[in-house]
Design a protein around this ligand. Structure first.
Ligand code: PHE
Length: 453
């Protein structure tokens, strides 16, 4: 980023924004959450609904958030305040900051699991006949170990945000993300060539809509929001570091495309193996940690690939986590006048503490369960954040652009800066009508199904 005349940092290059936004989007959401959500919601039918959600809600809203940030040059709270002064709309920005806080609190727990697996996967792949599910259960039901990895992950996130330099991480991401990509391809090859992989491929590719309920729909939009980092101001914040000559519609499409591709590849790496090796697709949040080590165990040099994979998954999680912490930190800096370093450390600590119940949800608090929402505390945080807070943030920011700030301003802002292609009536229609109506309906049906069925 560069200092500009107003004193706000800006991305140094066009690639800077795209990489940071793609780094935010691509993370545990693609490789951890997408496959287990697909498995819990019936396979290919879920994917079809997910792809529709990406097109109708995800892409329009990504553009919407970026322009709110760029037009205002502010953090989420400041953005709404700048574009609608003297109105209560800044509260939507407040909701975004709160959501980022909650998501990071449990995101760091799962990211901690990935870090732990950088060495656990070696043990798991080197011990013939080991029960991969129980290795995972053993890890998450311990008390101190997951906490230590969670703390390490938070410390790394805080360190990067406190430094305030996206350049360091950006350079690494440019090198590391392609490696993760290649690794996924290798895993796919191994997975689809396992004897019995066909059943998994069919499950992944042949939709059966008979099992689709309101919960499935809500699950798909929660996944779309989570995976694209939507609805909690990350893209408002990253957009606020853009200049008016930066292109938006094409870059946003690029981010959406990359994110979707990585999710689909992760599913393709997992489902054939899940069926071939006799695991349950609906196993929930443990899916990746149980299935992949079993696949690595079936590969020559599997241990090495395993180490590399979980290391890269940790990096992918880190580039997402920094966007979560950046939102909360930017709010303290822009709105409360804090110094960056203090803001990052303070928030990092608070978020770590709020995440502890989720970490301990498999040990100390294992009897706590909220069957309608999720099976354990981590699932409950996840459900609340992604099925309620994110879609809510999405609707409100669409209504804001469509009716309060004004769709003309929004369309103008979206096309400013030499668009690869221009957004016009179609996009405006989606933001004003389709996004709010669709989300309200799906939330209503999904919440009803979650509690009363
Ligand atoms: N999109 C990230 C992922 O897929 C998670 C995330 C959600 C990051 C919301 C920022 C904001 O892992």
């Amino acid at each position: 980023m560069d200092e500009n005349s107003k004193g706000r940092e800006h991305w140094a290059t066009r690639a800077g924004f795209v990489l940071a936004a793609a780094g935010s989007a691509i993370g545990l959401g693609n490789i951890w959450r997408f496959p287990y959500m697909t498995g819990e919601h019936g396979g290919a039918a879920f994917i079809v609904i997910y792809l529709i959600a990406i097109l109708l809600l995800g892409y329009p809203l990504i553009v919407n958030e970026i322009i709110l940030g760029r037009a205002s040059q502010r953090d989420p709270v400041g953005a709404f305040r700048a574009l609608a002064p003297n109105s209560p709309w800044w509260l939507v920005g407040g909701l975004a900051v709160f959501t980022g806080f909650i998501i990071l609190s449990y995101y760091a727990v799962v990211a901690g699991w990935s870090l732990a697996y950088v060495y656990k996967v070696v043990i798991a792949t080197q011990s013939p006949g080991i029960d991969h599910a129980s290795v995972f259960t053993h890890h998450i039901t311990s008390v101190w170990e997951p906490i230590a990895w969670q703390a390490l992950f938070m410390a790394l996130t805080v360190g990067i945000i406190a430094a305030g330099v996206v350049k360091g991480i950006q350079r690494w991401v440019t090198i590391l993300m392609p490696i993760l990509f290649v690794l996924l391809i290798i895993l796919i090859i191994r997975s689809v060539t396992l004897p019995g992989a066909g059943a998994g491929l069919a499950y992944y590719l042949k939709p059966d809509f008979s099992e689709v309920t309101g919960r499935t729909l809500l699950g798909a939009i929660s996944q779309a929001f989570f995976s694209l980092s939507l609805g909690m101001g990350a893209l408002i914040t990253y957009g606020s570091y853009l200049n008016s000559k930066d292109e938006i519609p094409g870059n946003a499409a690029y981010v959406v495309g990359l994110d979707t591709l990585v999710a689909l590849l992760a599913g393709l790496a997992l489902f054939p193996a899940i069926f071939a090796l006799g695991f349950e697709p609906g196993a929930g949040p443990g899916l990746v940690f149980i299935t992949l080590p079993a696949v690595f165990a079936q590969m020559p040099l599997g241990g090495i690939f395993g180490v590399l994979f979980f290391f890269l998954l940790g990096i992918a999680a880190l580039t997402s986590a920094i966007s979560l912490l950046e939102v909360v930190t930017a709010w303290l800096i822009d709105e409360k006048g804090w110094r960056r370093r203090n803001a990052a450390i303070f928030m990092g600590l608070l978020i770590f503490i709020v995440g502890l119940p989720a970490t301990l949800g498999y040990s100390v608090f294992k009897d706590f369960s909220f069957p309608a929402l999720g099976t354990d505390l981590l699932d409950t945080y996840d459900w609340f954040a992604n099925s309620i807070l994110l879609p809510l943030g999405g609707i409100l920011s669409a209504i804001f652009a469509g009716y309060i700030w004004g769709i003309k301003n929004a369309v103008h802002e979206a096309n400013k800066g030499g668009a690869f292609f221009r957004l016009g009536r179609g996009w405006a229609f989606l933001i004003r009508y389709i996004v709010p109506v669709l989300i309200v309906i799906i939330m209503a049906v999904g919440i009803y199904d979650s509690f009363f069925k």
